[in-house]
Write a protein that binds this ligand. Structure first.
Ligand code: PLP
Ligand code: COI
Length: 340
């Protein structure tokens, strides 16, 4: 298969239209069989619940080319289950795990020319989403839904890739106690845009959200989860119901424990106690692992390992995780799904 003539190594996290996307509609109480379409536009009723009442949730996962030239997905079942959980939180209809994985596979196959070659560091990002559609006016769940998967070849999310980036805490909250922080719903991201802009305007890569109740504990790093490495080499990540349950973070906890033999703890991370960590990072599908150089909080900048260089433990975590995702390191059973 000939590849598109793109400068793969220079890709950023931005949208490039590919050949086809997948659409499936829920109507009269059931999902149709789904199909691939050429266009990347959709036509929906102006009264759709997605447009007015935020009935929208999405996923993000990647397709990787391994060194034999085969394409593989990383833990797509976990994304399928999380999309179901997000749909349930918003009273939306959801697709089965099988339909989700089949749709992702169809999209990758139909856009093979856009899957970045091995060794370029780039990947094909898949964006599955579900929206409430159909005619409606009152505040109630839609009776019709669209499940769609589109894709785009992408590079690093945070500028610099494995060069550390800096973050600043924000007074805004991303989520409320017992709110929708634990679900991947569009409304959370709408609420995050201003906090993100203010951080970027001040010269930071993104903002750090603190817990909405006390503003003393780290919750998330923009659109990624936080982890820290203590001075005695423990992998620590915040525990909270309003954090998005990151699949990357769950995978890193496993990698830290089983591959790097590190103790792993999910517990409170106090913003005033950052000196317990010698290294820190942001992790997510788009972010992969971005080393955190420093965090600014109340006019004080806390520097972790270094502002310019990645720390050795973060590097090992990155090499192992990315090695698994690209097929260079043996994966735990069930993590890799080859596209045949
Ligand atoms: N936190 C937020 C708010 C996110 O948007 C994401 C991205 O999906 C993550 C964390 C990381 O989650 P995952 O590793 O499943 O991509
Ligand atoms: C992801 O990592 O997949 C995300 O969803 C983060 C962001 C691009 C929304």
């Amino acid at each position: 298969m000939d590849k598109k003539n793109l400068d793969w190594g220079k890709l950023t996290f931005s949208y490039t239209k590919a050949n086809k996307m997948y659409v499936s509609y829920f109507k009269d109480g059931k999902w149709d069989n789904g199909k691939l379409v050429d266009e990347d536009t959709i036509t929906i009723s102006a009264s759709s619940t997605a447009l007015h009442y935020g009935q929208e949730c999405f996923e993000g996962l990647k397709a990787y080319t391994n060194k034999n030239g085969n394409i593989q997905l990383f833990r797509p079942d976990q994304n399928a289950i999380r999309l179901q959980d997000s749909c349930k939180r918003l009273l939306m209809e959801y697709v089965s795990v099988e339909q989700f994985i089949d749709a992702c596979k169809q999209v990758v196959k139909a856009n093979e020319e856009f899957v970045p070659p091995y060794g370029t560091g780039a990947t094909l990002y898949l964006r599955p989403f579900v929206i409430g559609i159909g005619d409606n006016l009152g505040v109630r769940p839609a009776s019709e839904y669209l499940f769609c998967v589109f894709c785009s070849p992408v590079g690093a999310y945070f500028k610099g890739g494995m060069t550390p980036v800096n973050f600043i805490t924000t007074d805004y909250d991303r989520a409320a106690p017992n709110g929708t922080g634990g679900a991947k719903v569009g409304g959370n991201y709408a609420a995050s845009l201003l906090a993100h802009k203010e951080a970027v305007d001040k010269g930071f890569a993104d903002c750090i959200y603190l817990d909405p109740t006390t503003h003393t504990k780290i919750e998330e790093v923009g659109a990624a989860n936080f982890f820290g490495i203590t001075k005695d080499d423990k992998f620590i990540t915040p525990k909270s119901d309003s954090i998005l349950p990151s699949i990357t973070r769950r995978s890193l906890m496993y990698v830290a424990e089983h591959y790097l033999k590190m103790p792993v703890e999910e517990r409170d991370v106090l913003i005033d106690k950052l000196d317990e960590f010698k290294e820190a990072g942001a992790c997510g599908t788009a972010a992969v692992i971005s080393p955190i150089g420093g965090i600014q909080h109340n006019d004080k900048m806390h520097v972790f390992y270094d502002l310019k260089e990645v720390g050795p433990v973060t590097k090992k975590l990155y090499d192992t995780l990315v090695g698994i995702q690209f097929g260079d390191v043996e994966a735990p059973e069930g993590w890799i799904v080859e596209i045949k």
